[in-house]
Design a protein around this ligand. Structure first.
Ligand code: MOS
Length: 716
């Protein structure tokens, strides 16, 4: 056997290695929440309300309970008492207490009204149809456009300078409102959970983006210590934000398991994922931009009106980028939230920034057109190295470089200047551009690294409660440990998603990769230091881990380390940046728009693995394409139910829609962001995409698309 190199010949971080868990996934051996074989498992089926507002007056479960295999039907009349709602529901990334089945009140169409537990899923599904519910129906508010209208005088949430003065001194003004529809996350893996109690201890197999946070929310809901809740989540089939929270069905599964004393599996159906696992709210965004004739911004106002549930509040921060992306002295961002009888909104990929960047980047394009300026040059002219919202320098910001390099690679110079001026056969051709930005947070993140020596060979196990939601966490953590321990990737085993492992912030907010890898790095460095000390005076610089462990007479050793933001981090604004360039063709007869090619240039610090990073950004571009051209959840206005109720009518892009996609990462070394220099990309990829596509449609057709999605009838 060849001896392991004392230091790897080449760092594996930065290499486009295959996913270490890829084989497990493609062979079906990776276990997802609903697939764990649990002895004595029974099945729950949720029952949904058929009114959008009112009260249950009578609920009859006798027929359902009489069916073979049915163990229990739980309603608000016999449900376990859960904790009351917490006051601060606006706090992002914190699982709220989720009281469910606690009252006869109905807040939206499809709200859970009962859960049927049976020996088989088929028995539960059949019996669920036999639960009879009578209501006292009240008139719901479900029409956001009608019920919200536009409220201009909402309380300012953020303001600098004097926006009225800024608008007054402008030579050109753009004042327009953009609308984005309700969207749903729809990860491939349905929301699923298996819950099992042993005395006061609850164990859950749960598709969870944030294990530690969810354990807290579940514990709070059942009023037990967090330590009593164990979540196991090794694989998650996508989340896009919908699995950040432990949602109500998770509480129902745990409640049912407790009431009947058996493990319960609860899978939310695809149809129920329209009404019971959150959504991206519809937004009306009024943009007011002023600029001087030579292209300098004088004012930027971003007013957002959104809806929320009548019993829960959430507001996606559409104005986030409008505060910091461009140099403008006079700036206001505010929000107006209208409670209506639709399911509760919640974070969906780049919450606020995906939708906000559509409005901002379209408004910037409208202004550039008014000024007669190249929209790339207009953005560059208003670029800044200091965050105007807090006067902190950016830790790194290569926005101008992204725009310039992207323009060159894309062939932006060939852009048709006049809208509707280039035609290829039956198609009108247009080019569009947008800038992209996304906060790159770092959160406290811990990991345990254990090394095992067998002669000259050292293997390692990395444990953290971090999750891999399809993003590549297993792979980048194996790469990180390999480099910092000086062993091959194949010698590293990564274990994730168990709340018994050291605490990470989980997968959300584009902080995952940076936080997890810095946590693993810290653990590895601590371990190496301690082994060196144990090896004593014999230890030399550059000596490999096998020799060090040999000198220290160790066959096994473990260390826990963690990473957290530094003071230097806090004194800077830390963001990833990017630019999107696209070419869209619009058929002159059918008004069908087709993406021909899209190029995105990203600057996000260290790219840990170009293959998984490309995949992340590609996913963002696909979702941005869906946002621009397809995705919308439509409400039936008489009853308040969604009429888009499957993936057959909630359209998402397929391969054929995407054509030519290119992703370029600029080299960037940002040690202020964190020691690994990693900035997030999971959400950057969707930011600005819909804006660039809408801008390309304008360039192709001369029509401004201020209402997504851009479907053919809007282009007539
Ligand atoms: Mo993201 S919306 O924080 O999963």
């Amino acid at each position: 056997m060849t001896k392991q190199a004392t230091t790897p010949a080449e760092a594996v971080i930065g290499q486009a290695i295959d996913r270490v868990d890829g084989r497990l996934k493609v062979t079906g051996r990776a276990k997802y929440a609903s697939e764990f074989p649990v002895e004595g498992l029974v099945y729950a089926q949720g029952v949904n309300s058929t009114i959008a507002k009112g009260d249950i007056t009578r609920i009859d479960t006798a027929a359902a309970e009489a069916q073979p295999g049915v163990i229990r039907v739980i309603t608000h009349e016999n449900a376990l008492k859960l904790a009351s709602p917490d006051a601060d529901r606006l706090e992002l990334s914190t699982t709220s207490i989720a009281p469910v089945l606690q009252s006869p009140e109905i807040n939206w169409y499809g709200e859970w009204v009962a859960v049927v537990v049976a020996e088989t899923i088929e028995q539960a599904q059949y019996a669920a149809r036999l639960v009879e519910v009578e209501y006292n129906r009240a008139e719901p508010k479900v029409d956001f456009a009608q019920d919200a209208g536009y409220a201009p005088d909402v309380q300012p949430k953020y303001e600098r300078g004097d926006v009225d003065a800024g608008m007054a001194e402008a030579d050109e003004r753009v004042e327009v409102t953009y609308r984005t529809p309700v969207e749903h996350h729809h990860p491939m893996e349905l929301h699923a959970v298996i819950a099992e109690w042993e005395d006061e201890n609850l164990e859950l197999h749960l598709c969870s983006q944030m294990v530690n946070d969810n354990a807290k929310g579940i514990a709070d809901t059942f009023m037990i210590p967090k330590e009593n809740v164990r979540i196991i989540a090794p694989f998650i089939g996508g989340g896009f934000g919908s699995k950040l929270q432990a949602q109500e069905h998770v509480m129902l599964a745990a409640m049912a398991a407790k009431m009947i004393g058996r493990p319960v599996q609860f899978t939310v159906t695809r149809q129920q994922m329209f009404t019971n696992t959150s959504l991206r709210q519809e937004n009306l965004q009024r943009m007011r931009i002023g600029a001087t004739r030579d292209g300098r911004l004088t004012a930027l106002v971003h007013d957002t009106t959104s809806h929320t549930a009548t019993n829960k509040e959430y507001q996606e921060p559409c104005g986030a980028a409008s505060k910091m992306l461009y140099k403008v002295a006079n700036n206001r961002v505010n929000y107006n939230l209208v409670p209506i009888n639709l399911p509760y909104p919640w974070a969906m990929r780049a919450p606020g920034e995906a939708t906000g960047s559509y409005a901002l980047e379209c408004a910037m394009d409208e202004m550039a057109w008014k000024l007669g300026m190249d929209p790339v040059e207009f953005r560059i002219l208003n670029d800044t190295q200091v965050d105007p919202s807090n006067d902190k320098p950016f830790s790194s910001r290569l926005l101008t470089e992204c725009l310039r390099i992207g323009a060159k690679k894309f062939g932006w110079a060939d852009r048709p200047l006049e809208p509707r001026s280039r035609r290829e056969g039956n198609w009108l051709v247009g080019y569009g551009v947008s800038a992209a930005s996304r906060q790159a947070p770092l959160q406290l993140s811990a990991a345990r690294v254990t090394v095992y020596r067998d002669g000259d060979t050292v293997t390692a196990t990395v444990q953290t409660d971090a999750t891999d939601i399809g993003t590549g966490t297993y792979t980048i953590l194996a790469q990180t440990a390999a480099d910092f321990l000086g062993i091959p990737v194949a010698a590293v085993t990564v274990q994730l998603g168990d709340s018994r492992f050291p605490i990470s912030p989980g997968s959300g907010g584009s902080w995952g990769a940076a936080s997890f890898t810095n946590g693993v790095r810290a653990a590895c460095m601590k371990l190496m230091e301690e082994i060196k000390v144990a090896a004593g005076t014999d230890a030399t610089e550059g000596q490999g881990i096998a020799d060090l462990m040999d000198d220290a007479d160790l066959s096994e050793y473990a260390a826990v380390g963690s990473a957290a933001p530094t003071e230097e981090f806090k004194n800077h604004s830390v963001y990833s940046f990017g630019a999107n360039f696209c070419e869209v063709w619009v058929d002159v007869d059918t008004n069908m728009a087709r993406l021909k090619r899209i190029l995105t240039v990203g600057a996000a610090g260290t790219i840990l693995n170009p293959k998984t990073a490309y995949s992340q950004v590609l996913g963002g571009l696909v979702m941005g394409h869906g946002m621009a051209f397809m995705e919308q959840s439509k409400v039936e206005k008489q009853y308040g139910n969604f009429i888009t109720r499957s993936l057959a009518d909630y359209h998402v892009p397929v391969n054929l829609d995407l054509a030519d996609v290119q992703v370029v990462f600029l080299p960037e070394d940002d040690k202020i962001a964190n020691p690994m220099g990693v900035k997030g990309i999971g959400e950057l990829g969707i930011c600005g995409v819909a804006g660039s596509l809408a801008n390309a449609v304008f360039n192709a057709t001369g029509k401004r698309m201020r209402d997504l999605p851009i479907t053919p009838e809007k282009l007539i």
